[in-house]
Design a protein. Structure first.
Lengths: 582, 344
């Protein structure tokens, strides 16, 4: 143990201020502002909620909530089960075994991440409809002439929704579980094997429990997406809480009522997260001796190898290949029928550039928050980080409505000052421009940025910080020169995840974008809304294709999780655990 | 590392491109339209307007929260004209105080009094009927009442979209206005019991599911028939449209249920003159003909012809129920759909 103090700075003038700030005051102030920005729309929602009399609740309690809670519970349990089984199972499969096609499967398993929920729902209705190819083929094989004579389950149901959401959300778990399995030292697995465990036992009793935090993080991201999903859920007829919030707002014209349900839902989410953290409060997961060999995959030859490939390929086939091939066919037919809309190039540019800017901002904010938590290690900083992640737990449109109030308040205040002082009107600087979208995306996806970066930080021993500070670096200097190079894989992974999410984002984009500004998602939605989602096939395909670029980059990176320890400049990262405490 | 360099170059390009989105347009000869109607539906109308008058139309298509957005933007809102479907939504705009009354002889001459607000806060631009799609192959219906949707003989044979969708909410509200809530509940329970699948999706899926053999009859809006049968939606949809007979149903006591699409001048419209100009164009003979031809809707203006496909559906006898009365029961209708578990 050692005591750390900053290098004494001359106590006068600006450098005194700088030294004060480098102690963390500035970082804490920044984190407070960021948390405040995220909290603003939620506070606005709370204010909206208080305008309601609450007279809606007897009706909700009697007729809406029983179904909504039931459907939401089934959805979360079902999706949770699917993403854990597929995500963890496939991650273990490609880590512990070597079989033909493993190298491809390794990255291909991430591909469904590029498919938005609403797009997979549209695609599967087409595929599984009596008029679609699947039933057509079945009828041909079975010699049935008429669609009515073949019983086939309707995908427009709760189970359909569970299945489809699970298929596109499992990569969240795959990504985090895979990284964790790769980091686990071969020693642990081998020790368990010498102690008499089978391979299955080593997985079930050692690797799996050790990966629990990673699985929990991936699962909670997936569940949050499922909970807030409106596109697929509404389309497939699942009556979730989020769908009920919409009905309350739109059909009963009760925004206060909708805000009340949304806040109750937020409370439920927060308590679930707290319970999960509490349940593993006593457990430590630090992995010592990271330098050790990786687990050597067991070679599977012959039939076993092909079986492994077949099982591992199923999620990719159903979550990506089938819907995307269908979309490509529909898009080709559409281009043949109606030509390519000239606007689509502009929409693609809008989508990619807006997502790019929003991602940069979100990652910057996430980095400040995560670093503040590391720097301060106080309950206050931790709380700020949790608050800054709240936006992910609120349905997109509801959050967007909550954002309207602070956005307009800032705009009108700036305009008021400008009118008063300079006698000019600035109009709506934020809500009339793309800035509102950047704010919305950052609020929604800060949880992903912050979570990913925090995980990266957690692997760096604090001793490095102290060494850096003792050698005269400021807190910012330590981050720039030591942490950033070390957490780069985590940082890039978070960046890519946030980028994909920004590209897919629909509800907030729809409400907050400026005049004459269409993205691929809003274009697709506009077509879907008037029942011509075939016309949106081109846009849907482009969303998937542009989502693929970051996903493939992400996949390339997930194969090199040891990047940081293989870099010669960072010997410290590999020799110590992240749980070092002074 | 290449990833980092690519990312940096990309971010750079992205911020330049995004800058375009931040530049606000301040041309005088323009009008800003906030619409919940899909861009594809109104674009032909707006293009014709711009060509004729030289006034540029800037649009943003918003689904939910249009009124909330205009209200939050307040005095600085760039919105000039608000365009929505469903008279309940039009009345909502007035309730949320985001409209302003306007007076125009051209509008009053073109639109019948029951299809516009007495104060001039909103105006209907077009009409659509809620009609019955019936399988050509499996049914031989020539007349139908909305009440019959609850007839047990259709058990497991009816398709319809969500009971919470404004088109259905308005239909249910009309039943409440006519027969009272208790009878309406009986009726809605009966319809629910007849459903062949979940009440979800869009109106076109009703035709698709009829062709697919999932149901025999269903409820949808009249203009979708035009969009499907004209081939505008592609060869698949043409087949769906060809698989159905369309019956204009009536209430046992009354006519066919219709709804409107409409528009209102925004309270703080910076281009009020242009907004009014656009409204007047939309109800001119030319504008109304476009509504009929491009969108297959019924014009609100007398003397403007409907599209031949819509003509072929038969003569429309509009139900005499007062629109504002029906809007009053919208909340009750939505709650009734919850109560009978229509969407469950």
């Amino acid at each position: 143990m050692m005591t750390i103090s900053t290098v004494p700075a001359p106590r006068y003038g600006l450098s005194f201020l700088r030294s004060r700030f480098s102690d963390g005051g500035g970082w804490l102030a920044a984190a407070t502002v960021i948390a405040g920005l995220v909290l603003a729309p939620i506070v606005a929602l709370a204010l909206i909620a208080t305008q309601g009399s609450g007279d809606l609740w007897p009706h909700l309690a009697a007729y809406v909530l029983p179904t909504a809670l039931h459907d939401t519970a089934i959805l979360l349990l079902g999706v949770g089960l699917i993403v854990i089984v597929i995500g963890t199972g496939t991650a273990w499969l490609v880590t512990a075994y070597d079989f033909p096609g493993r190298a491809v499967l390794d990255w291909a398993l991430l591909l469904p991440l590029a498919v938005p929920t609403y797009i997979i729902a549209f695609a599967y209705l087409d595929l599984l409809h009596p008029l679609g190819p699947v039933q057509g083929l079945l009828r041909a094989v079975l010699g049935i002439a008429h669609p009515r004579d073949l019983w086939f389950p309707d995908i427009r149901s709760l189970w359909g929704c569970v299945l489809l959401l699970g298929l596109v959300l499992y990569p969240y778990v795959y990504l985090s579980a895979r990284a964790m399995f790769l980091m686990q030292s071969a020693c642990i697995i081998e020790v368990s094997r010498t102690l008499g465990q089978s391979r299955w036992g080593a997985f079930y009793r050692v690797a799996l429990p050790l990966a629990r935090p990673a699985i929990a993080v991936g699962t909670s991201l997936a569940l949050m997406e499922a909970l807030n999903d409106i596109g697929a859920s509404e389309f497939l007829g699942a009556r979730t809480l989020t769908v009920s919030i919409y009905a309350t707002w739109i059909n009963r014209s009760s925004l206060p009522g909708a805000a009340q349900i949304a806040l109750v839902m937020l409370a439920i989410v927060v308590s679930l997260v707290v319970i999960e953290r509490w349940a593993r409060r006593r457990q430590r997961y630090a992995v010592a001796a990271q330098r050790s060999r990786r687990t050597l995959p067991q070679r599977l030859g012959g039939a076993a190898g092909f079986a492994a490939l077949a099982v591992g390929a199923l999620p990719v086939l159903f979550g990506f290949v089938l819907p995307v091939v269908h979309l490509a066919a529909a898009a080709a037919a559409r281009i043949g029928f109606a030509g390519l809309s000239p606007a689509i190039a502009q929409e693609t540019m809008n989508t990619v550039s807006m997502a790019g800017v929003a991602t940069a901002v979100t990652i910057g904010l996430g980095l400040s928050i995560a670093y503040t938590t590391r720097l301060m290690r106080s309950p206050l900083a931790g709380t700020l980080a949790r608050v800054a992640s709240l936006g992910y737990a609120v349905p997109g449109t509801v959050l967007a409505v909550g954002l309207l109030t602070p956005l307009a308040a800032i705009d009108n205040a700036v305009d008021g000052v400008a009118r008063h002082v300079f006698s000019i009107s600035t109009g709506l600087l934020l809500s009339g421009s793309g800035a509102a979208l950047v704010y919305a995306y950052a609020t929604r996806f800060l949880a992903i940025a912050n979570g990913g970066i925090e995980a990266g930080f957690s692997k760096i021993p604090h001793s490095l910080d102290y060494a850096g500070r003792t050698l005269g670096q400021t807190a910012g200097g330590v981050m720039r020169r030591i942490h950033l190079p070390l957490i780069r894989p985590a940082l890039v992974a978070a960046t890519l995840l946030v980028f994909v999410d920004c590209m897919k984002e629909l509800p907030a984009t729809l409400l907050l974008r400026p005049l004459n500004f269409e993205t691929l998602a809003t274009h697709l939605y506009a077509e879907a809304a008037r029942g011509t989602y075939e016309d949106g096939a081109v846009a849907a395909l482009l969303i998937v294709l542009f989502g693929l670029v970051p996903v493939i980059l992400l996949a390339r990176m997930s194969r090199q999780p040891q990047l940081e320890s293989s870099r010669p400049s960072s010997p410290g990262a590999s020799s110590r655990t992240g749980s070092f405490r002074p | 590392m290449t990833i980092a360099r690519t990312a940096r170059a990309f971010l750079c390009a992205a911020s330049f491109a995004a800058a375009g989105a931040f530049a606000s347009s301040a041309l005088a000869n323009e009008v800003n339209l906030y619409t919940t109607r899909e861009p594809g539906l109104i674009k032909p109308l707006l293009d014709a307007f711009t060509e004729k008058t030289g006034v540029k139309v800037n649009t943003v298509f918003v689904k939910d929260g249009l009124a909330e957005r205009v209200a939050a933007e307040g005095a600085n809102s760039p919105a000039d004209l608000l365009m929505v479907v469903d008279f309940g939504n039009l009345i909502d705009l007035v309730d949320k105080k985001v409209t302003q009354p306007v007076k125009s002889a051209a509008l009053e001459a073109a639109i019948p009094a029951n299809l516009r607000d007495a104060e001039g806060n909103w105006f209907a631009m077009s009409l659509r009927a809620r009609v019955l799609y019936a399988s050509k192959e499996r049914t031989k219906l020539t007349a139908f009442t909305y009440e019959e949707l609850a007839d047990p003989k259709w058990k497991g044979k009816v398709c319809i979209r969500s009971g919470q969708h404004p088109y259905n909410t308005a239909l249910i509200a009309t039943v409440i206005a006519k027969d009272g809530e208790a009878k309406a509940e009986e009726w809605l329970k009966g319809v629910k019991a007849n459903l062949a699948r979940k009440a979800t999706g869009g109106d076109r899926e009703v035709a698709r599911d009829i062709l697919g053999g999932i149901c025999d009859i269903g409820v949808g809006n009249s203009y979708y028939v035009g969009l499907m049968r004209s081939g505008a939606g592609g060869p698949d949809q043409e087949k769906w449209g060809a698989a159905i007979n369309v019956v204009l149903p009536t209430f046992a006591k009354g006519g066919t249920h219709v709804n409107v699409s409409g528009a209102a001048v925004a309270k703080n419209a910076p281009h009020k003159t242009e907004a009014l100009k656009l409204l007047e164009f939309l109800v001119s003979d030319e504008g109304q003909a476009l509504y009929a031809k491009a969108n297959y809707e019924y014009p609100v203006k007398k003397g403007v012809k409907t599209d031949p496909i819509i003509d072929s559906l038969g003569d429309l006898t509009v139900d005499p129920a007062v629109l504002t009365d029906i809007a009053k029961y919208r909340k009750a209708a939505s709650q009734l759909a919850d109560k009978v578990g229509f969407d469950n």
